[in-house]
Design a protein around this ligand. Structure first.
Ligand SMILES: [Zn+2]
Ligand SMILES: [Zn+2]
Length: 233
């Protein structure tokens, strides 16, 4: 007999010695099983209502180590476009191979028999899951198409608006009196805006100056009045 490696204890036992499936092994096994069962439980929640998402290159490439099969499996199923969350794990747990290996693993490790069937997906469960996945994928594609259509409509609307603005500017360009610069030079749309702005600013400044001048004048009037008053006394 060759060396025996216990994946739970991460320990190799060489020829002539027996691996001890004692307290240390059992407590490590409990930790390993709880971790695995937690992931299977999470996956089971999607059995009746599969979750389809847009592909995420980090989240959806997660793997799962199956201790029963001593195999690394993909947790999710993806075509790098969309992903069925937990699909990989559920499908693996439903294979006859996994069922067989799980039975052996439980027997070899003297694991708690109550937990064994939690890690196996039944045939009818996976059949229903697959049918639901087909529906979920279909509605996901429909939703995606609707989003793409909305985005395209939005872009078309923006383009139409841009064309209208350009059209109205070029029409205004065609009227030489209004939109020729002060020196009779043709102006671009940008120049027109800049020119109009300067004109408005100039107007504002003139108004401001007028206001200041008038207050100056009224001040002068007031002082001369006061002077006149003091002259009277
Ligand atoms: Zn062990
Ligand atoms: Zn397995």
């Amino acid at each position: 007999m060759g060396a025996y490696y216990c994946a739970i204890c991460r320990q190799t036992t060489f020829t002539g010695k027996k691996h001890i499936f004692g307290k240390t092994h059992q407590s490590r096994l409990r930790v390993v099983l709880l971790k695995s069962l937690e992931k299977v439980k999470e996956a089971r929640r999607t059995l009746k209502k599969p979750q389809v998402e847009k592909f995420d290159c980090i989240q959806h490439k997660q793997t799962f180590w199956c201790y029963c099969c001593e195999l690394e499996i993909q947790r999710h199923i993806t075509d790098e476009n969309m992903t069925v969350l937990h699909g990989g794990l559920l499908e693996h747990m439903a294979t006859p191979e996994h069922r067989k290996k799980t039975h052996k693993f439980w027997w070899d490790n003297k694991a708690d028999p109550k937990l064994r069937d939690k890690i196996i997906i039944k045939e009818d469960e996976i059949e229903r899951f697959k049918a639901e996945v087909a529906n979920a994928l279909e509605s996901f594609v429909e939703k995606e198409d609707e989003i793409i259509k909305q985005q395209a409509d939005h872009i078309r609307g923006q383009e139409k608006h841009r064309q209208e603005v350009l059209q109205s500017l070029s029409e205004r360009d065609a009227e030489p009196e209004l939109f020729t610069g002060p020196n009779g030079i043709d102006m671009s749309a940008q120049d027109i805006v800049r020119h109009q702005f300067r004109q408005e600013e100039g107007q504002k400044n003139r108004q401001k100056r007028k206001k200041e001048q008038s207050t100056d004048r009224s001040k002068k009037v007031k002082t001369s009045e006061r002077q006149r008053n003091s002259d009277d006394t």
